[in-house]
Design a protein. Structure first.
Ligand code: NAP
Length: 523
């Protein structure tokens, strides 16, 4: 028996505080429980009840905003670099919180934390490269009258409100960092609200970085969102990541509508991976590698993970055999154990939702590998929020109304959909009604052209893998700071990252018309 299976008595639950108006504060009452999803124990509580969120927003607008706007891009970049370094210095402590409060294996927690430090560092470098300026130019000067002297210049200036970031439970570190990097570099203060169930890591991260920033530049709200949205005005921005249902509630919020608050939604997504029948060996191997990784990394709790896998009918048996062989090597269990590669879902409620979703998928597809209740290492039967890797397979292409095209099971679950022609595969991929990412594994130019033209309007990102890039290609689920993250339709219609494009949400585009040579000197 491993030494890790003998547990010390659980300490009393920690209290997760918020950081508002430059102070650490806790809401009233018992608060919401945060669980260790491996054992089911309550490890912490958080409450926002009674906190004055209007005052918190005003503090960020009046203190954090002016302080950030006074800095040049290079100076803001230096703040992001310091944040990245401070998070890296806390890496081991944060990894432990990822295990304790989110069921992360060491690899899963590193993926989240290193994603945060990498993204902050990327934007730090962008800031440095922009140097001493405080506004960005949008395009070239435009002559607006004969003679050339009168011209116009579009500029991007920081908004004077607060960037309110409402995040999902699955990336408590990266989720904060990717949004905060763009807003802070743009010169806009951040109020970050992590999902309550996994907020402990975010709380520890903000404790590490807040002292490095100007007062009011970064606030943290732990616990429910309360009446936060009622205090927003037109200067503010809400960037939300989470379920499509909550996204709709935010969009339809009376004050958000009345004030015309800018809203960016990153919601759920039924991402597709498409294998070409003629895929070369290297392309095929990358396909199996990536589908396996997307299923097992973070126990499949990535918004960008493939949920629907389109397989040419002639290769279906081969795919089932190879994917099953690879998944058979995954070890599910207590993430504290070195041999474990798949931990639990991050909360008991997530397991309940995944089981419900799996039941819905089962109406149109049968299980060909695994099942939710498979073997687990280091945890007693019936304990923890575990779902074992599960592959379902449909009999053929499915109608758009099928649960396979409608229900996102946020766990280590995929459905294989056999297809018989390129057109059919593309039509099936479109039935997700808008995805964050679609991956195409194939070497035929004809298929790639049809897939890119046929799916670009349905996807925020297309990952095209052929034999020449197969060994270098990044897994489709990996969000990089250089490229856009977001997707149309069901995926929320939002856009984040994409290098400097990620700052636009926090900037006002303004056309400045005047004396051309003078404007040139000004900017
Ligand atoms: P969720 O239930 O929608 O919660 C997301 C966030 O919204 C949490 O911080 C939650 O706070 C907050 N929230 C809940 N009700 C709210 C309301 N009425 N007004 C404002 N905020 C409210 O989603 P989740 O379960 O955390 O995350 C899972 C989902 O997120 C999945 O569907 C996944 O696909 C999606 N996701 C998408 C992306 C992406 O980039 N597109 C990335 C990751 C995850 P509390 O926790 O306090 O309730």
């Amino acid at each position: 028996m491993s030494e890790h299976t003998t547990r010390a008595p659980t300490p009393a639950p920690a209290r997760i505080e918020s950081y508002l108006c430059g102070r650490w504060v806790s809401g009233e009452g018992a608060g919401a429980p945060l669980h260790n999803p491996t054992t089911g124990e309550v490890v912490a509580t958080a409450s926002s009840a009674g906190l004055d969120l209007g005052a918190a927003l005003a503090f960020a607008r009046e203190r954090g905003g002016p302080a950030l706007r006074a800095l040049t891009f290079a100076e803001r970049g230096a703040l992001l670099k310091a944040m990245s370094q401070a998070i890296h210095a806390e890496r081991e402590a944060l990894i432990e919180l990822g295990r304790l409060n989110a069921g992360n294996t060491r690899g899963d927690a590193k993926f989240d934390i290193d994603g945060a430090t990498h993204t902050l560092m990327h934007y730090a470098q962008l800031g440095e490269s922009l140097g001493e300026r405080r506004v960005l130019l949008d395009g070239e000067p435009e002559p607006v009258a004969r003679g050339g002297r009168l011209s116009g210049q579009h500029i991007l200036a920081p908004r004077h409100g607060v960037a309110v970031h409402i995040n999902a439970f699955n990336f408590p570190a990266w989720g904060l960092a990717e949004k905060a990097a763009c807003a802070l570099l743009a010169g806009v203060p951040v109020l970050s609200k992590p999902a309550t169930s996994t907020a402990w890591m975010t709380h520890a991260l903000v404790r590490a970085v807040a002292p490095l920033l100007p007062e009011g530049a970064l606030s943290l709200l732990c616990g429910g969102v309360g009446d936060l949205l009622s205090h927003l005005d037109w200067r503010d921005v809400v960037a939300f990541t989470g379920s499509a249902d909550t996204g709709r509630v935010i969009r339809a919020h009376a004050n958000v509508l009345a004030q015309g608050v800018q809203v960016n939604i990153e919601a759920d997504s039924l991402n597709a991976a498409l294998l070409d029948e003629a895929a070369e060996d290297a392309t095929y191997d990358a396909f199996i590698r990536d589908v396996h990784r997307e299923m097992t990394q973070k126990a499949g709790q990535k918004c960008t993970a493939a949920r629907r896998v389109l397989v040419p009918r002639a290769r279906l048996d081969e795919v089932v055999a190879d994917l099953s062989e690879r998944l058979g090597r995954s070890v599910v269990g207590d993430p504290a154990l070195d041999e474990v590669t798949v931990g639990p879902l991050s909360a008991p409620s997530q397991r309940a939702a995944a089981l419900e979703g799996l039941a819905a998928l089962s109406a149109d597809a049968r299980v060909v590998f695994g099942g939710p209740e498979g073997p687990r290492v280091g945890v007693p039967d019936g304990v923890g929020a575990f779902i074992n890797p599960t592959v379902l397979c449909a009999a053929g292409p499915l109608p758009a109304t099928s649960a396979v095209h409608r229900v996102e099971v946020f766990g280590p679950v995929v459905t294989l959909i056999p297809y018989d022609s390129d057109e059919e595969a593309i039509a099936q991929a479109r039935m997700g009604d808008g995805c964050l990412v679609t991956a195409i594994y194939g070497d035929r130019l004809e298929l790639l052209e049809a897939a890119v033209l046929g799916l670009a309007a349905w996807s925020g990102r297309l990952v095209v893998v052929d034999a020449q890039v197969a060994d270098k290609s990044l897994s489709p689920g990996l969000v990089t700071p250089q490229l856009l993250h977001g997707g149309p339709g069901r995926a929320g219609g939002g856009e984040e990252l994409g290098g400097l494009r990620g700052l636009k949400l926090y900037q006002q585009r303004c056309a400045v018309q005047g004396n051309g040579p003078k404007l040139a000197r000004l900017f």
